[in-house]
Design a protein around this ligand. Sequence first.
Ligand SMILES: Nc1ncnc2c1ncn2[C@@H]1O[C@H](COP(=O)(O)OP(=O)(O)O)[C@@H](O)[C@H]1O
Ligand SMILES: [Mg+2]
Ligand SMILES: [Zn+2]
Length: 508
Amino acid sequence: MALAVALSRAQIGVRAPEVHVEVHLAGGLPGTSIVGLPELAVRESRDRVRAAIQTAGFEYPQRRVTVSLAPADLPKDGGRYDLPIALGILAASGQIPTESLAGREFIGELSLTGELRSVVGVLPAALTAGAADRELVVPAANASEAALARNARIAIAPSLLAVCAHLRGVEPLPSPARVAIDPGASRANVPDLADVRGQPRARRALEIAAAGGHNLLLVGPPGTGKTMLATRLAGILPPLGEAEALEAAAVRSIAGLPVDPTRFLERPTRAPHHSASAAALVGGGPIPRPGEISLAHQGCLFLDELPEFDRRVLETLREPLESGRILISRAARQAEFPARFQLVAAMNPCPCGHAGDPSGACRCTPDAIARYTARLSGPLLDRIDLHVEVPRVPQAALRAATPGEDSATVRARVVAARARQHARAGKVNAWLGNREVEAQCRLGADDQALLERAVDRLGLSARAYHRVLKVARTIADLDGAGDIATPHLAEALGYRCLDRRPMAEQAA
Ligand SMILES: Nc1ncnc2c1ncn2[C@@H]1O[C@H](COP(=O)(O)OP(=O)(O)O)[C@@H](O)[C@H]1O
Ligand SMILES: [Mg+2]
Ligand SMILES: [Zn+2]
């Protein structure tokens, strides 16, 4: 038979749609054309496939070879189709049984010597192949990542020759060993909150942020523990559930980052430098790639020195902070990536860092301070639920302070508060929609009046209004309270200090 079809999977964002690789052999002048791949990829793939087939001891057909990758309009890149193209050619030319391709999918780049090289995006492909109930043949280097898809039948292949032996039934390929996943190990890499002394208000805000998934901004002079606090957030969050962990691992997979099964349930924490470009932060590139916000999906994004980020770069965070995803459009191509991250940001109160310090060390002019804080737009600050000042504590007091509660103790309260939210809404408070807020964050008449007065006085936007309600709901959940009471609302309002007045005024 001079026609064969091998199945594979493309990679579009975190999706892995099916691709049919059809190979047709005909008479006429020998030559190979590949339809449905971009030109450069075609040329490279053709050369690798030809060399791999020959070095594996097979014959490259001396006929007119037409390879078609369908659907044609699906964007395709890279070497991931080498293996199915080579197998299609071998099947169409009668060198391996055509039927052996049925019920299987193939993914992998070939070296000129016929070894299989790793490709990106194997985990999404494994999940979808599993859902389609087909075996997926993957390069050996991608085996541990593919094994995370517990629904999938995975065959690990070192080379084209080994795949052919598998398909002929001569020597079956092995399946990856399943790694036992230990939720406790997910915190081994996170420092403990017990290291942070004093700063009760900031610790409390961190706990509320963790309990409800809220965004947090820490404002204070250098050396007061802002970075310490921010890097300890992941340790007071519950480990990822399996579905969340798969989503987070899928982003790493398509970004070409190693997916470590022993760290599978660990909440990602990303801390990009303030020189990061918009593409690095939110994703981009001619072949859309995920950025830091997607690598922080289901985890924390820590932006230290927030005003030092390019303002246009920060503005790109606005949409994903609301929607939990990001759509990257480049010319004809579009890709959507998940980006449900929790933002923790830190900043100095002024360029020198000492504004508001009782020592009076700050020499910044009110103008300089105003310019500094104006780098953060109102709409961005709106989306940060909790603003908290982290004051300087005298060294002696810091040494004398007893170590704070450890992460495990705080995490137990966070987990209990999250359980209440999940029972009520199926998600944490931060991701409640406006209608859900109206239904689930009801206030008594007096508290409603208190909130409305505060909105006027603080000049809160409609968005900030909803966020205050959600934070109040989380504080009530930490308290085990069925309804939001006045102290919960008052505390939530106390975390909007940057809406209250410009920081230049605060410093004065
Ligand atoms: N509240 C604190 N408790 C314990 N150590 C602290 C505290 N604040 C600061 N430190 C010490 O100062 C160092 C700098 O803290 P850091 O979190 O980097 O400050 P910031 O980010 O606010 O500039 C820490 O490594 C720690 O040794
Ligand atoms: Mg710091
Ligand atoms: Zn200053």
